[in-house]
Design a protein around this ligand. Structure first.
Ligand code: ADP
Length: 624
């Protein structure tokens, strides 16, 4: 129920003014414009973030690949450097002797061992240096006591003629090793091999330095090209990365063993030339978003500041623009309520100020027009009162006069009858003719007075109606008996085309007859001898139309409405003094309208006129 009341309260109020509880334009506009600003700024920030993120990813992939390539190139140089250290020993005469003599002397072997001992370095405690004969036998070993696990055969290691070969990584006891070797040649012939086993063992800060140079949270890994072993830079074997997944344009893997808790990793690889190794750089995918996220934060803060400034500016502008409109609205509402003194104060010279000035001008004009209207309404009211009083006086006069005239007229009729009956003595033939004329004049005058009486009663709405179902045919036949002789006496032909006897109207029978008689009399009166008066009737749209047509002089178009006004006659001079006062049609139309019908006329000058009496048809059985 309260919801219904709320809904109704939300609609416009009864006097059409905007609801009082609705949000005004002054508040709505700043909110709306701030919202639009917010959407634009948010959209801009998100778009920028997206672009920055995509380019950050591209840059990161490129940089990580560069780091992988650089490390691969760095490692490539270790082969030649090793060669430089081994080559003087390979050319040493004791080494050549130990390799070429069928039975190397102990002193030669000791000298070789002494030479190899120079290669030892404190950085690699697991370093092993050996001299192998051409058929793969180990002639001298220095360094850590070496188990045979992971030792390659001489053929597998020494591939080049005079260059250092590097072998694949292998692991023993969670440590990663590799062999490097240099062939020992004499007179272009390979006589043996100098081999070294090294441990992959970068210093922890080496990795940190590389990561710092890369500028990212990178991890450096190596693996054999055939994927057989993955290791950290520090020489710790790790499982290969798994679960490959392409996110956008990034190829990612999981490698929590290397970077615990880092989620998915971006991996870029670079083959180390001259070795069976591949350098691999890993970077957590999440760290790629750091820069874009920072940018997003900065942009968001800047946007919020801009939004705040924009909202303040919008508020000021809207206030400046809407306040005059709000004042104008209040003034217009005042005017609508009838307070025409309402005005606004236009400030400045802009469009709103001009609108305010126009509003004031309009308000002044409305005020003047209203005053004028009130004055004319007052005088119209006064005039109506006067007219009504005059009309009432005229009605009273006409009623009184008609009434007063009837008494002497009746007396005249009485005395005429007295004389006619010979009660005052015998009458000559001339006297009897004169008496007939007096009698007809008396009847005519009485008729006129009756007409005036009816008119005044109609005018004062005092006439009573006895409404009933009336047969049109019956009315016409009664009227016919009354006027047909009179019409024929004027030398005018009369014909009644007949009405359906079942056709009935809802009307006062006497008054209907009075109208029909008036129309028939007029038809005869304004038609020259030799002319004709014809009556027909039909029914349409719930009404009955009784048409009285004559072939008389006709009525000019300009007079077609005027002939229904009281006391209007087309040409009074042409009429005989006994031809009426111009009330017949007035009374007839008023009677027809009072019974819910109408009286219409069509006429052509020189051809004739048709008067149509329209009355509401009834379908009920006739009571007449
Ligand atoms: P009255 O006939 O008493 O003068 P009416 O009110 O009946 O008054 O008619 C008003 C005038 O309309 C008549 O004076 C006459 O000029 C004109 N008029 C009425 N009926 C006809 C008709 N059938 N043909 C031509 N003119 C007519």
């Amino acid at each position: 129920m309260s919801a219904v009341r709320d809904t109704m309260a939300g609609a416009a109020s009864e006097d059409g003014r905007p609801r009082a509880n609705g949000v005004s334009l002054q508040r709505k506009l700043p909110l709306l414009m701030t919202a639009v600003l917010l959407v634009i700024l948010a959209g801009g920030v998100l778009l920028a973030y997206r672009e920055v993120r995509v380019s950050a990813e591209l840059v990161a992939v490129h940089r990580v690949q560069e780091v992988a390539d650089q490390i691969a190139r760095l490692v490539e140089t270790s082969g030649p450097r090793l060669g430089e250290r081994l080559r003087p020993i390979a050319a040493d005469s004791t080494v050549l002797r130990a390799l070429t003599s069928p039975q190397p002397s102990t002193s030669d072997l000791n000298a070789v061992r002494q030479n190899l001992t120079y290669l030892e370095t404190p950085a690699d405690s697991a370093l092993v240096s050996e001299l192998w004969s051409a058929d793969g036998r180990v002639l001298v070993t220095t360094g850590d006591s070496l188990s045979h696990r992971g030792r390659p055969t001489g053929a597998a290691v020494s591939t080049g003629r005079d260059s250092v070969s590097i072998g694949a990584f292998y692991s023993i006891d969670a440590r990663v090793y590799y062999w490097s070797s240099l062939p020992v040649t004499m007179e272009g012939r390979r006589v043996g091999t100098l081999a070294q086993r090294r441990r992959l063992n970068a210093q922890p800060n080496t990795e940190r330095d590389i990561a710092r140079l890369a500028g990212q949270d990178v991890r450096i890994l190596f693996h054999n090209a055939d994927g057989s072993l993955w290791t950290t830079l520090g020489g710790k074997p790790v499982a290969p990365p798994w679960s490959p997944l392409t996110i956008g344009t990034l190829k990612t893997y999981q490698h929590p063993e290397v970077a615990p808790g880092s989620g998915r990793m971006l991996l870029q690889e670079s083959r180390v030339a001259g070795t069976p190794w591949v350098a691999a750089i890993e970077i957590p995918v999440t760290s790629l978003g750091n820069a874009p996220r920072q940018m997003l934060r900065r942009f968001t803060i800047a946007s919020l500041v801009l939004l705040l400034l924009g909202a303040i500016a919008v508020w000021f502008i809207v206030r400046r623009m809407i306040s005059p409109l709000a004042r104008m609205t209040a003034a217009a509402e005042g005017i609508a309520k009838g307070d025409y003194s309402q005005r606004v104060e236009p400030r400045g010279r802009d469009e709103i100020a001009r609108l305010g000035a126009s509003f004031n001008r309009m308000a002044s004009e409305i005020e003047a027009a209203e005053r004028e209207l009130q004055a004319s309404a007052q005088s119209a009211e006064q005039a109506q009162i006067t007219a009504e009083a005059a009309n009432a006086a005229k009605g009273n006069f006409l009623a009184a006069m008609s009434h007063e005239l009837r008494t002497p007229l009746n007396a005249i009729a009485g005395y005429v009858d007295l004389l006619d009956m010979g009660l005052r003595g015998p009458l000559t033939a001339e006297q009897r003719t004169d008496l007939g004329r007096i009698k007809r004049s008396q009847e005519y005058l009485l008729g006129l007075i009756e007409e005036v009486l009816v008119f005044t009663q109609l005018d004062a709405h005092q006439l009573g109606f006895r409404m009933q179902d009336v047969s049109v045919d019956a009315v016409m036949r009664d009227a016919e008996t009354m006027v047909e002789p009179q019409i024929r006496a004027r030398g005018v032909d009369y014909s009644y085309l007949g009405c359906d006897p079942g056709l009935k109207v809802r009307a006062d029978r006497e008054k209907t007859q009075q109208i029909v008689l008036n129309l028939l009399t007029n038809g005869a009166k304004y038609t020259n001898p030799g002319g004709a008066v014809t009556v027909s009737c039909d029914s349409r749209n719930g009404s009955v139309h009784v048409r009285v047509t004559d072939t008389g002089a006709g009525i000019p178009e300009a007079m077609l409405t005027r002939i229904f006004e009281p006391f209007v006659q087309l040409d009074r001079r042409l009429n005989q003094p006994r031809e009426g006062v111009g009330l017949g049609l007035t009374i007839s139309r008023d009677l027809a309208r009072a019974m819910g019908g109408d009286l219409l006329v069509e006429s052509t000058v020189g051809v004739g006129s048709t008067f149509t009496l329209v009355l509401p048809r009834t379908d009920a059985p006739a009571s007449s």
